[in-house]
Design a protein around this ligand. Structure first.
Ligand code: MN
Length: 304
């Protein structure tokens, strides 16, 4: 099997980095990488790249500026532990969510695009997993990220969340939110396309795509999943920060609406605060994720 594609100079340079030469170069070639399932040769003058071997289509597909959207069943996404060399310096659209483990507050998913030339500056800002940052740091960083990177936030406040989760698992709802956030950023970027999409993995890719069956638009191609995705590309860290900052803002608003500070998490303090809301005749549906076991505990506390 053999396939030749013509690429632009920027892509050619990126390919040169990814396919570091490990065999003898034919005349006129800038790089040649011999892998177990594919040999990739890039020609300097023509910017043509030749793929040979069993994995031709799979490998060449990484580089065409084609469709990310596909409803075709043979999933073109990539398995975990399959990130190509040099991935962390690619132009990547990353997504992450916050709020799934917290009884009070929204589920917030953010997708952020970090172009190759933004990887270094965004990393230098100190962007990393939001769990390791303080709230003021998160808010400051989110402002900087959203000022330079295309992004989209899907936020489900409790009332909407409680409605949308009916008949679904939380993972299924998360999948819908990730897919929506990613599709919004891809639309913003057009005609530009990312080298890849990286989702901070919360379940098996196969299950993720099963949740999306029947959706009018499924972002499937060039999609990678990674546990601790923020370590694989700064775009996921950036998405984590942007989602967290938005979630904090929503928590403030909900706390104000509730007339008391709503804690994050799902511990006993959360039950106490929820019980207090019930005693004051407030509807928990507006503030909390009702399917959590905290709802029953709070009701028992309130009746005492
Ligand atoms: Mn995550």
């Amino acid at each position: 099997m053999q396939k030749v594609i013509k690429v632009d100079s920027a892509t050619f340079e990126r390919m040169k980095k990814v396919y570091s030469t490990n065999t003898s170069l034919p005349p006129g070639a800038a790089f040649r990488m011999k892998g177990s399932r594919v040999v990739v040769t890039g020609y300097t003058k023509s910017k043509k790249v030749m793929f040979q071997g069993a994995a031709v289509d799979e490998e060449a597909r990484r580089w065409d500026a084609a469709q990310f959207v596909s409803n075709q069943q043979p999933a073109a996404h990539h398995q975990d532990n399959d990130l190509p060399a040099g991935f962390s310096s690619w132009s990547v659209l990353g997504s992450d969510e916050v709020g799934t483990g917290s009884y009070f507050g929204p589920l917030t998913v953010a997708a952020v695009y970090v172009a190759a030339d933004q990887v270094e500056p965004i990393t230098q800002l100190g962007v990393r997993d939001s769990k390791t940052l303080t709230d003021p740091e998160i808010i400051k960083l989110a402002k900087k990220i959203t000022a330079t990177c295309p992004y989209h936030i899907v936020n489900l406040n409790p009332r909407i969340y409680n409605d949308k989760i009916k008949g679904r698992s939380q993972a299924a709802l998360k999948a819908l939110c990730h897919n929506l956030a990613l599709s919004k950023v891809l639309a913003q970027l057009q005609p530009q396309v990312p080298d890849a999409i990286l989702i901070d993995q919360f379940e098996q890719p196969r299950t993720y795509f099963r949740h999306l069956q029947g959706q009018p638009m499924v972002i499937r191609n060039h999609v990678y999943f990674r546990i601790k995705g923020e370590q694989a590309h700064v775009a996921v860290a950036a998405a984590s920060v942007v989602a967290r900052a938005y979630s904090l803002k929503m928590m403030d608003q909900l706390s104000e609406q509730a007339g008391m500070t709503l804690p994050i998490g799902a511990n006993h303090l959360v039950d106490e605060v929820a019980a207090k809301l019930i005693r004051r005749g407030r509807d928990l549906r507006d503030f909390a994720k009702l399917h959590f076991a905290n709802t029953q505990k709070a009701q028992q506390l309130a009746e005492r």
